[in-house]
Design a protein around this ligand. Structure first.
Ligand code: GSH
Length: 256
């Protein structure tokens, strides 16, 4: 099934709908999000993990509605309004939540400066290596190109897998690396079905890591029903999407 970018299902469904429904009251932090958006899910996972009070506001970032553009002129999700002031970019927002809510635990950046730096290095790997390879694999049309991009995706994931202590990146402690990659792990059935991806092909314990991530409460509580993601990814799989991410992938730029 195909839908133009702007005509996506309008609301969160399944467990995500239940979570959204319990966060409708006004709060200092307003979370502008698209239920389907992996960058937004990162922020949502962190909010849920740490029990930070927030008001959930569903928005379709492809519609670029005036009210939303007034808060974020680029019209991208996630956007956070904190005490009336806007902030954007999922990785910046994750760090902001650490800084603005120090008493909410668990902290997702470790206290040790060396470990904090390592987390940031591997977040950079996720942004610059893993996600571009994921979207290139999805958007490639030629069979040979799809296989080449999938191999690059495996290589990027394996480098990360080699650093995972298990069950999570830092061991027992759930951290921002886990938060940043989890939304893409829960969407990997798309490349499994359409590009022949297999978690076990990554090696180095990736499959076990992926399973630990998708079972985490904050991750399951922020997932909608699978059937509603499929039409959205159909546009990526045919390389028809005009989203900023799809355009960045075509232009060979880093994406989310
Ligand atoms: N680098 C941004 C990417 C945000 C982004 O591209 N969000 C998508 C939805 S997942 C969006 O708003 N797309 C609307 C568009 O492309 O016009 C982040 O990490 O927050």
């Amino acid at each position: 099934m195909s839908v133009p970018d702007a005509q996506i299902y309008p609301y969160a469904t399944g467990p995500a709908a239940v979570t959204a429904a319990t966060h409708q009251d006004p709060q200092d932090l307003v979370f502008w999000t698209g239920w389907f958006c992996p960058a937004s899910q990162r922020v949502w996972i962190a909010l849920e993990e740490r029990g930070i009070p927030y008001q959930y506001k569903e928005v379709n970032p492809y519609k670029k509605e005036e009210a939303f553009l007034r808060i974020n002129p680029k019209g991208l999700t996630p956007t956070v309004e904190y005490k009336g002031k806007p902030l954007v970019e999922s990785l910046v927002l994750l760090e902001f939540l650490e800084d603005a809510y120090p008493s909410h635990t668990p902290r997702l950046l470790p206290a040790d400066p060396y470990e904090r730096a390592r987390v940031r290095l591997w977040l950079d790997h996720v942004s610059k290596q893993v996600l571009p390879a994921f979207f290139k694999t999805v958007q490639a049309q030629d069979k040979g190109k799809q296989e080449e991009e999938l191999r690059a995706y495996y290589t990027a994931l394996r480098k990360l897998a080699d650093e995972v202590k298990g069950p999570y990146f830092l061991g027992q402690e759930f951290s921002l690396v886990d938060v940043a990659i989890a939304p893409f792990v829960v969407r990997d059935y798309i490349i499994e079905e359409h590009r022949g991806y297999k978690r076990e092909e990554v090696g180095s314990g990736w499959k076990e890591y992926a399973e630990a991530l998708e079972k985490r409460d904050s991750v399951t509580r922020t997932c909608s029903d699978k059937e509603h993601y499929e039409p959205i990814y159909g546009r990526y799989l045919r390389d028809e999407s005009q989203s900023e991410t799809a355009k960045a992938t075509r232009a060979g730029r880093a994406v989310i």
